[in-house]
Design a binder for this molecule. Structure first.
Ligand code: SAM
Ligand code: SF4
Length: 461
């Protein structure tokens, strides 16, 4: 048996791609190892959304060079940097064995065989941006013992946000036919999964034969599935039909990640986000009316070229006004071939220290608001889907509320159960408490050795 180690950078799409790579490798008799030093194959699944992510991947690659030298490990790079750099990466990193893009995960066994047997250095980065694309699917047997799983419903992005490299690295949008999605969800439910997260770069622009709202409703009807989540959405596809789905189907979990990016209409226009702050707020108000208590999270970029102090204040005000449960905020990072990178000198670069100071202010504000949400739960009884043992304390259990708040608690319910937890303490990031009732047991017997959660391959931004 040979051992592999996958180092994942970036978003949930990459985490999901790494899981699919693991499945492909397990069919080649590879087993995972948590230690790269013991690996015969090391794959870096990379992210190029910001420059920092790319730098981190290059320094990790440098560290793994020693493993290659000491035990002859094979070294490969997948993901968005691979797609962007293609064969240039092999030239830049002479000890690298192969490079493969996100559309080529299914070819991984063939690529590795070529490297091992023909001692070739391989590049596989062709886009398959047509209906011929075969979506990597979660293998139900590999998912046995898990409670929650990603299901890919579309790939690529047809938008042209001026800051974003994704359309260059992930290609055009392709949606997966809805019967395929539903069969995969049903297979996962049969081995005991209770929750699925439908994923895609722009998931709510799904067009696989039915609308995205209908896909959510049909997924929620699959026997055994109790919670349906999705990520990530674009505000312009937050349709009234999607809002209605939240009103009528309680299994669609009350959490919406709706990236706004900034609070100024002028900057939104330069970002080529085709909504105004007011339009965003109107849709959000409808969503909150349809599902009172829904948790709303967002993404924000600070220091976009030309952003003034007043425009940054608008983002602060929007954060206060919406009261996001949480947000992922980043300083603007120029990306090759993007509209903003080409025009940033004309628009005016925001100095790095100004960007960082703005980010710190925004994050401080968000920590306060997130803390208010979690504190408001202290003393309440909340519904938790048990995912397994806590990562921080093996004597505790771990799970999430419908709003996606993480809970570490004293209890004994097996993974796959739904329990009531009395919340005793809170930090801005998590709730703590004790199990007071079991609402529903798992649908299939839990495995003899329970895994510690979160189970997903850890990702680095
Ligand atoms: N499709 C989603 C949307 O439309 O909002 C976003 C997906 S993108 C992979 C995740 C987040 O990365 C974006 O929402 C944005 O906040 C951030 N991001 C993308 N490009 C960036 C850049 N050049 N600099 C800083 N942050 C960036
Ligand atoms: Fe990037 Fe915009 Fe597409 Fe989101 S919608 S992936 S931010 S181009």
């Amino acid at each position: 048996m040979k051992r592999y180690f996958i180092h994942t950078f970036g978003c949930q799409m990459n985490v999901n791609d790494s899981l699919r790579m693991s499945e492909a490798l397990s069919k080649m008799s590879y087993v995972p190892t948590p230690e790269p030093e013991n690996a015969d194959l090391i794959i870096l699944n990379t992210c190029s959304i910001r420059e920092k992510a790319e730098d981190k991947m290059l320094s990790a690659l440098g560290r793994y060079r020693a493993v290659k030298a000491s035990r002859g490990a094979i070294l490969g790079v997948g993901g968005c940097v691979a797609q962007q750099e293609k064969d240039k990466l092999l030239k830049k990193v002479p000890y690298l064995d192969f490079v493969f893009g996100p559309d080529n995960i299914a070819k991984l066994p063939e690529v590795i065989t070529r490297v091992q047997e023909a001692r070739e250095r391989v590049v596989e980065t062709a886009f398959v941006d047509s209906e011929e694309y075969v979506f990597p699917r979660a293998d139900a047997e590999t998912s046995r013992g898990k409670v929650t799983e990603f299901v890919t419903v579309m790939k690529g992005c047809d938008n042209v946000c001026s800051f974003c490299v994704v359309p260059h690295t992930r290609g055009r949008e392709v949606s997966r036919a809805f019967p395929d999605v539903l069969v995969e969800v049903a297979d996962l439910a049969r081995v005991g999964l209770r929750e699925v997260t439908l994923i895609g770069q722009n998931v709510n622009s799904y067009m696989g034969g039915i609308s995205f709202a209908q896909l959510l409703l049909r997924t929620a009807e699959v026997p055994g599935i109790e919670r349906v989540r999705f990520t990530t959405s674009h505000p312009h596809d937050l349709s009234d039909e999607l809002i209605e789905a939240f009103r009528v189907q309680p299994k669609i979990a009350p959490h919406f990640h709706l990236p706004v990016q900034c609070g100024s209409d002028r900057i939104l226009k330069m970002m080529r986000r085709d909504y105004t702050v007011e339009q965003y707020l109107v849709q959000l108000a409808k969503l909150r009316a349809a599902r009172p208590g829904i948790a709303v999270t967002t993404d924000i970029i600070v220091g976009f070229p030309g952003e003034t102090e007043e425009e940054f204040e608008m983002t602060m005000q929007l954060t206060e006004q919406v009261k996001y449960e949480n947000q992922f905020s980043f300083v603007y990072s120029p990306r090759p071939k993007t509209g903003a990178a080409l025009r940033e000198k004309e628009w005016g670069l925001v100095p790095h220290e100004v960007k960082v100071a703005r980010l710190e202010r925004l994050q401080k504000l968000q920590r306060r608001i997130s803390g208010e949400y979690t504190q408001s739960q202290v003393g309440l009884d909340v519904e938790v889907m048990v995912e397994g043992r806590s990562r921080y304390d093996a004597t505790k259990r771990f799970g999430r509320t419908p709003e996606n708040r993480t809970v570490n608690f004293d209890g004994d319910a097996p993974a796959g159960s739904f329990v009531t937890v009395h919340i005793e303490r809170a930090t801005p990031n998590q709730l703590q408490g004790k199990q007071v009732a079991v609402l529903q047991g798992p649908t299939v017997a839990p495995p003899p050795v329970e895994l510690t959660v979160p189970l997903h391959v850890p990702a680095e931004a």
